[in-house]
Design a protein around this ligand. Structure first.
Ligand code: DO4
Ligand code: MG
Length: 288
């Protein structure tokens, strides 16, 4: 089962279930205390809530007639880093002075976890992601995103783009928050697939393509099987002395790194496919 947050032609934003190219909107007013997508996700049994809130009279609209929004409400977004060998190798190349730390964190018991974004910094499907105006070497990082409820139970999955300024991080790892956190630094969507509907982790593949002026500049893929850490390990570290009353979305790190000669440019199209979820597409911008 896949859930979305969608805006209708009237401007109204509602929670829907996506099925065979249509969105069937939940009649949440029938359900006391549930209003938002995260209210549904954080219920004891999200799939049962969806079944209870949909009947033959529920509004059913073709997907192409609605605007999908980032599937997020009040959650913080966190991210894991250096969870794939390719990411470790890329950081070692970009940050010569600090290369050792990337090697250490790849094998350490404690993972690299960092605060990535507030909901207001997130781009939805079809929105623009941004290159910082002071970066000349930025890349998209296509990542599987875990949707966790306030008890840190894994309730769903979506696609995340952890936009990153490699030049800023490479200059000094203490600049990581600036390389990672800024307006439109993250994209999420297009939908949330409930945990029970996702393929097994070793069957999940991620693909990134980048297009410029209609030409395909980069095409790469990876699989969750390449990840050096388990979801449970990342979640348990995230929860150490950290509470998330609104739930949290955790990006699990990138296993796809374009060649070091590649830098995103304004106008590029970033397309991320994850089987079991769908496709997240965003145009890249940079303010003058
Ligand atoms: O170490 C810096 C960040 C790494 C990261 O975001 C990733 O591996 O995905
Ligand atoms: Mg990343």
């Amino acid at each position: 089962m896949q859930l979305c947050k969608a805006q209708l032609g009237s401007g109204e934003v509602r929670v829907g279930a996506v099925h065979e190219g249509h969105v069937r909107f939940l009649d949440l007013e029938d359900y006391v205390g549930l209003r938002t997508l995260s209210d549904v996700l954080h219920a004891d049994r999200p799939a049962s809530v969806v079944h209870d809130c949909i009947d033959d009279a529920s509004l059913n609209v073709p997907l192409r007639e609605v605007t999908l929004l980032a599937p997020i409400d009040q959650q913080e977004i966190w991210a894991a880093g250096v969870t794939y060998k390719r990411s470790r190798e890329a950081r070692e190349r970009e940050s010569v002075g600090a290369a050792r730390y990337y090697d250490l964190v790849y094998t350490a018991s404690r993972p690299e976890l960092f605060f990535k974004a507030t909901p207001g910094r997130v781009a939805g499907p079809g929105d623009r992601v941004r290159i910082r105006r002071d970066s000349r070497w930025s890349v998209p990082e296509p990542e599987l995103a875990l949707v966790l409820n306030p008890h840190l139970k894994l309730v769903g999955f979506t696609i995340g783009n952890d936009m990153s300024a490699r030049d800023i991080e490479g200059e000094n790892p203490l600049y990581l928050p600036q390389a990672k956190v800024y307006d439109n630094c993250c994209a999420l969507g297009p939908v949330i697939t409930l945990a029970e509907s996702m393929p097994a982790p070793d069957k999940i593949a991620i693909r990134l393509t980048i297009e410029r002026h209609g030409d395909r500049l980069f095409d790469g893929s990876t699989s969750i099987a390449e990840m050096a850490r388990s979801f449970d390990d990342l979640i348990s570290w995230l929860g150490k002395d950290n509470s998330f009353p609104n739930g949290v979305i955790l990006l699990t790190g990138t296993g796809i790194v374009p060649p070091d000669t590649f830098a995103l440019a304004p106008g590029d199209l970033v397309v991320i496919d994850v089987n079991g979820i769908g496709r997240l597409t965003n145009l890249v911008e940079q303010q003058g």
